[in-house]
Design a binder for this molecule. Structure first.
Ligand SMILES: NC(=O)c1ccc[n+]([C@@H]2O[C@H](COP(=O)([O-])OP(=O)(O)OC[C@H]3O[C@@H](n4cnc5c(N)ncnc54)[C@H](O)[C@@H]3O)[C@@H](O)[C@H]2O)c1
Length: 231
């Protein structure tokens, strides 16, 4: 669907689009009239969701790999002429207690969540600054987490690596907002609370205290049904 809507005529590249929040975002952008490059490491998931979808292309790749991030940005620009919006949503979570946490697990979480955000932002921003259709504003939206700001200390939820990666996303975003402002590119992050998706399913199955932790924080509330209908 590429008719009217708040994003009519806009081009968006959305990572993590095969599942959860990224999938919901891509669907919503399409419903609002954007043309969407749905990006994810899960090519089968992309094909199932966006194969043959009017206004969408699927671009498969790993956001933590420089060659893949550059290729996904180039494929989007080639298909649609330019890129107006990047939504960096691809992410992973792992759960290992700090004293047992292996370096490899620490590293993969940083690679996907923070390095992936950096690589995709850089690859897309390079296209944005060289191809800028008249009158079109451009934006980078990074999906951080409430856990960029608070530790959801709960039994079964040890996440120093996830916290660190999302704190990095938060500060990457602030730095980009400053560095890219002269190019007319806005950068903002969104910090969802706990949202029922495959990523959160393990935590939701083992953590007993999320509701007590999140309910007093209205902005960080546990997202149950509101997300699901639009996923
Ligand atoms: N679900 C929550 O409670 C919650 C809360 C706050 C923030 N977030 C963040 O929201 C984002 C989306 O999470 P979700 O809950 O929708 O998870 P999800 O598991 O449903 O979707 C994540 C998607 O990212 C893709 N992905 C993972 N690694 C990738 C890589 N290296 N390259 C390309 N794609 C990759 C996966 O294939 C998957 O399709 C993540 O950044 C997550 O940290 C989630």
């Amino acid at each position: 669907m590429t008719g009217g809507g708040r994003l009519a005529g806009r081009v968006a590249l959305i990572t993590g689009a095969a599942s959860g929040i990224g999938k919901a975002t891509a669907r919503r952008f399409l419903a609002e009239g954007a043309r969407v490059a749905a990006a994810d490491a899960n090519g089968d998931g992309l094909a199932a969701e966006f194969g043959g979808c009017d206004g969408a292309i699927a671009v498969t790749g790993d956001v933590s790999q420089p060659a893949d991030s550059a290729r996904m940005a180039a494929a989007t620009a080639e298909a649609f002429g330019s890129i107006d919006i990047l939504v960096n949503c691809a992410g992973i979570a792992r759960y290992t207690e700090f004293l047992e946490l292996p370096l490899a697990e620490w590293q993969v979480v940083q690679d996907v969540n923070s390095t992936g955000t950096f690589l995709m932002a850089q690859a897309v921003a390079r296209h944005m600054v060289t191809s800028h259709p008249e009158g079109r504003t451009r934006a980078i939206v990074n999906i951080a987490s409430v856990e960029a700001h608070v530790v959801l200390a709960s039994e079964g939820h040890p996440q120093v690596h996830y916290n660190a990666s999302k704190g990095a996303v938060h500060m990457i975003t602030r730095a980009l907002a400053v560095e890219l402002a002269p190019h007319g590119i806005r950068a903002n992050s969104i910090c969802p609370g706990v949202t029922e998706t495959p990523l959160a399913s393990y935590a939701l199955s083992v953590c007993r205290f999320f509701d007590q932790i999140t309910l007093p924080l209205a902005a960080f509330r546990h997202n149950r049904s509101p997300m699901v209908p639009s996923v």
